[in-house]
Structure formats: structure tokens, C-alpha cells
Design a protein around this ligand. Structure first.
Ligand code: ADP
Ligand code: MG
Length: 380
């Protein structure tokens, strides 16, 4: 467990509007990106990106490889020069402020620890650079090591530590100065799944404790959903959507977001009728069903998102279900993953919890698939 203790930093500024801190002062800075552009030759890696991050917010840049996440982080860190637009920290432009004066904490995928220094020396390094006195430095190191549950490893060198422990040391080094902003570029992607999940939870708690603004980069959608106050989805140098995790997952604004965050069934359908809160739609295969009327035009075609876990499986026909033929069925432990073709063509992906009552259906067998109007999200 991370201790809920912080040392007060003289630079700390309280802010009422941030999200972290559990009633403590928030030291995190506000970040504003205004039409930030970065080009490599003719290639535009960041295309007029605008994003406001609240003080103390945990925000994640999520996107496929090559979408511009690292580019944006490098511009914030000052590793690369911006070609257009502005980055403001607490309202002040930082374009001409060199990296070491920005005072940000940073964590990368590779732990980048000094191999010949002990854990304590690694964590103390930023304070040595800043010229802090020995007593303050020792106290801060002890506090931070305890926060990261590393106290007992203080005298070890990195080679005597596991990957997960080394990354916790890198995180400790990044936060030891209680920076206003912490930048993290895929810090957990080299770790195995269990370790990743436990450090995800630790990082969330750590964020609550220190109150820094955290800009976290990942290509892993479940990591982004778990950790963030908000997620900014990137594609090809553009921000496609910025929202809370639940909104991103339930109400994606585009096919790209629907497909990149989570698994999706996208059903093309024709609008038969729209009345009040509900719309009646007909899929290409001729299945007539109801959906909420939000985003539904009075006439024409729409794309409907239904998440695989929102699809219910029945052995026999029920009102509103569609018949389908199983094309593949996988037992995955907690869930069954079933693909089924609806009569007339569309293939559905269904995930249902493993229960004692259900056998894994055999390929070729007939099933009946149903969903409710509230399980449909019509893409605008
Ligand atoms: P991500 O971190 O999302 O995987 P990057 O920001 O690293 O993506 O890269 C975005 C795009 O910019 C990619 O197409 C990449 O090839 C290109 N790129 C990144 N750095 C350079 C560079 N120094 N020179 C030329 N192209 C680059
Ligand atoms: Mg990257």
C-alpha cells in the first residue's frame, strides 16, 4: 500500500478544480496545448492538437503505434521543438524553456536507471542535480521509497531487481521532487500482465497521494480505461475524442474509437421509424430491432455499435432475438467467446460469462441472439 503522506513543497499551489488529491492540496499544473503541430519533413506527426488538462488530472494519450503519442510527450518534455502552436503550463508558454527547467518527472518504457548506483542513489539523483541539501534529500528518498514499497531494496543495484521493481524505482525517481507534471511513455508495456495490473493500481493510488498532473501514454486500451480520469484517443496525429473512460467505451464518437477501444459489433441498419426515445431499425440481414433514438436521423442508414458482452444468447427463439449459426466458440476461462453468422450475412461476436448452465455451443449449431434498445449506441 502506498502511504498517504506527502511532504509540502514550497512550489506547491492549491487548486480547487483538479481531480486528484483526496482533499489535499493539488500541486499539479494546468496544461494547455493549442494547435500543437510537429512535422518530420513533409510528414505531420502532430496535426494542430489542442488539449486542456486540469491541474492534478490523470490523462491518458491512447492510440495505435505511430499515432503521435510519443511525439506529443516529447514536445511537452522539450526534447523536440514544436513547429506550430503553443504549449502553456499554468497559462505560461514553455516553448523557450529548456527540458531541465520545466521540472517535469518522466518515466519511459525502458527503466533508464543508472546501473552502477544503488536504488537510493538513483532516486536521490534529481535532488543532487537540483542541489538540495543532504538532509532534505535523505528524507525525501526515504519517504518516496516507502510510498513505492521499495524501502527494503534501498541498497541494491538495479541488476539485483526484477523488471517490475526497477520500473517502480524509475517511478520513484520521477516523483521524488514532487513535480507539477509527470510524463509517462508506455511505462508498463515491458512488464507481464499481472505485474502490469498491480502497478496500474499502485500508480492510481500514487497519483491520488501526490496530486501531480499525469500525462500517461499507452497503446493498451484496457490500461487506459482502468487508470485515467480522461482519455484522449489519437489517430494519425489527430485527437479523435477526449472523454472519461466510461464515455469513451459506451459512447464512442466514431468507428475508429469504437473499434480501437474494446471489441465491437458494428451493424449497418436502415431507419424504419423514429418516435420519441426509440427508433426502429432493420439490419441488412432483415432483423428488425429497437435502439435509443439519440443520433438517429428520421430516414436513412446508421451504424449501430453493440458490445459483445451486451449480446445475450438463447437456445430457442425469444421475442426480438435473431437466429444465427455458430461459426466458432472458444472457452476463455471467465468468458465464452462466440462468433455467429446471422442469416443473411452479418457476423456477430458474443461474449458471455462462463456459467454452470451453459455448454460451449458447437460450430454449426443454431443459436438466438438478443439485445435491448439500451445496448445499442448509434454512431453519429
Ligand atoms: P507513437 O508514440 O504513437 O507510436 P510516434 O509519436 O513515435 O508514435 O510517431 C508518430 C509518427 O512520426 C510515426 O509515423 C513515426 O514514424 C514518425 N516519427 C517519429 N519520430 C520521427 C523522427 N525523428 N523522424 C521522422 N519520423 C518520425
Ligand atoms: Mg511511442
Amino acid at each position: 500500500m502506498i502511504q498517504t503522506q506527502t511532504s509540502r513543497d514550497p512550489r506547491a499551489e492549491a487548486s480547487p478544480s483538479g481531480r486528484a488529491g483526496r482533499g489535499q492540496d493539488i500541486i499539479g499544473a494546468q496544461i494547455s496545448m493549442r494547435e500543437v503541430t510537429k512535422k518530420y519533413g513533409a510528414f505531420v506527426a502532430a496535426d494542430r492538437i489542442s488539449l486542456d488538462v486540469e491541474p492534478g488530472e490523470f490523462i491518458t494519450l491512447l492510440g495505435p503505434s505511430g499515432s503521435g503519442k510519443t511525439t506529443l510527450l516529447n514536445l511537452l518534455a522539450g526534447f523536440q521543438r514544436i513547429d506550430g502552436g503553443d504549449i502553456l503550463i499554468d497559462g505560461k508558454p514553455i516553448t523557450n524553456v529548456p527540458t531541465h527547467r520545466r521540472g517535469f518527472g518522466m518515466v519511459f518504457q525502458s527503466y533508464a536507471l543508472f546501473p552502477n548506483m544503488t536504488v537510493a542513489q538513483n532516486v536521490a539523483f534529481p535532488m543532487r542535480m537540483a542541489g538540495l541539501d543532504r538532509a532534505t534529500s535523505d528524507r525525501r528518498v526515504a519517504e518516496t521509497l516507502e510510498m513505492m514499497r521499495l524501502s527494503e531494496h534501498a541498497a541494491k543495484t538495479p541488476s539485483e531487481m526484477s523488471g517490475g521493481q526497477q520500473q517502480r524505482v524509475a517511478i520513484a525517481r520521477a516523483i521524488v521532487m514532487r513535480p507539477r507534471v509527470v510524463l509517462m511513455d508506455e511505462p508498463l508495456s515491458a512488464l507481464d500482465r499481472r505485474l502490469r495490473e498491480s502497478i496500474q493500481i499502485e500508480l492510481r493510488e500514487l497519483h491520488q497521494t501526490i496530486g501531480s498532473t499525469i500525462l500517461f501514454v499507452t497503446h493498451d486500451q484496457s490500461e487506459a480505461l482502468t487508470m485515467s480520469d480522461r482519455i484522449a484517443v489519437l489517430d494519425k496525429g489527430h485527437i479523435i475524442q477526449v472523454d472519461r473512460p466510461l464515455e469513451i467505451y459506451r459512447h464512442p464518437k466514431s468507428r475508429f474509437v469504437a473499434g480501437f477501444v474494446g471489441e465491437s459489433n458494428l451493424i449497418e441498419a436502415e431507419v424504419l421509424e423514429r418516435r420519441g426515445d426509440t427508433a426502429t431499425l432493420r439490419s441488412k440481414a432483415g432483423h428488425v430491432f429497437q435502439a435509443g433514438s439519440r443520433n438517429v436521423p428520421s430516414i436513412g442508414k446508421v451504424t449501430v455499435l453493440i458490445r459483445p458482452e451486451r449480446m445475450a444468447l438463447h437456445d430457442g427463439p425469444q421475442p426480438g432475438t435473431a437466429p444465427a449459426t455458430v461459426t466458432s466458440a472458444l472457452f476463455m476461462g471467465e468468458t465464452l467467446r462466440i462468433e455467429a453468422a446471422m442469416e443473411g450475412g452479418e457476423t456477430l461476436l458474443i461474449r458471455c460469462p462462463d456459467t454452470a448452465a451453459r455448454e460451449l455451443p458447437a460450430p454449426g449449431s443454431k443459436i438466438h441472439v438478443g439485445w435491448g434498445p439500451q445496448d445499442c449506441w448509434v454512431l453519429a
